[in-house]
Design a protein around this ligand. Sequence first.
Ligand SMILES: C=C(O[C@H]1C=CC=C(C(=O)O)[C@@H]1O)C(=O)O
Length: 402
Amino acid sequence: MSPSALVRPRPVHRADDLLSAYLPGSFYYSSPRGALLADGVRACVRRGQGSWADAAAEALAGTSAEDAVVVGAIGFRRNSEASLVVPAVVRRADTPVDGLTATPAAFGATSWSASPRPEPRRYVDGVRKALELIDGGALSKVVLARCLELTASTPVSVPSLISRLVRANPGAHAFAVDVTAGGDRAPRTLVGASPELLVARRGDTVVANPLAGSLPRVTGDSAEADAENRRRIAALLASHKDRREHAHVTAQVADVLGRFCDELDVPAEPEVIGTPTMWHLSTRITGRPADPADPSSSALALAEALHPTPAVCGVPAPAAHAAIADLEPEDRGYYSGMVGWTGPGGDGEWAVTIRSAEVCDRTVRLFAGAGIVAGSDPEAELAETSAKFRTLLRALGVEGVA
Ligand SMILES: C=C(O[C@H]1C=CC=C(C(=O)O)[C@@H]1O)C(=O)O
């Protein structure tokens, strides 16, 4: 039995009940590996010179609670915002969300205005500039994102939004995290349904599931939609451009995990996974940490070692960071960072913060990005980001706005 198994409390909740119990200010996270709902603050996690994993371990060591965990989100840039706490109350379920039959409450009669940042044409220009950098040899890959700011006529209900996101895709890594900071005019919540697992650790098993290389999914139950989706899956698997885009991520994730694991299984070929709105090339990598008791292979330490993968940044990372700073007018904030939890024995789970938005009163800031490599078509990358926005737009009931 692993040391972490000794301290893990027996889960007594159903994942669906945890979702129903979510209130603004709670931390909610669910995935195929279970769900967690946390409330109140026992301690805030603050980082000095060291890593977030060190700060989390210190905060956990300071509490005698048996079920203590650190939960929260960390932004994209090295010194960007983070919101990590040891919550006062933690409820867990070891099963995925299941059996959600009732239709969630729709958003009331709300009208919306949308403001893309940058304008779509400027995003396309940015992709062209990225391709010039790639042609010139400065980069092999960069992920360029854009923002869509929506304003509703009434405050946006976060419980409704997270419930609709989970119901649309119970297998997603779904999250709602209070990220309110000094200066915010109202509570701010990071909400999303990410298809991408950065890393999960349970006992002596580590799993990462990098995604990269995408095509929009055709929605609808018709035979035509089915046939077109089959065609797209085959096209994605056959696309050299998407396979290259994907290989950058898999190689880096395998390289980083290889430093911590003495056994690592990296499938030679990607498969295709689907969300309700997208198809993605996917590689599920599993490993066994060389020393599970070593704090440097805790879930959060592994997540920090992996971040940012080329699924959200690029290759080489320093040049990709510079290109992102030059070509993206909006600060990414929490988008493309990580969200999840870590416990005292090193177990935990962190998802890549994509298909996400920050909600503050009547405003919703969505981000979506696309990986650019040699051979990328700027118009297709714009369309891909629009398709990625649909996860949130559908949940908000405003599909068609971008
Ligand atoms: C950066 C995003 O997606 C990443 C994950 C899956 C596929 C991706 C792609 O094909 O570009 C991206 O790397 C996003 O959704 O904003």
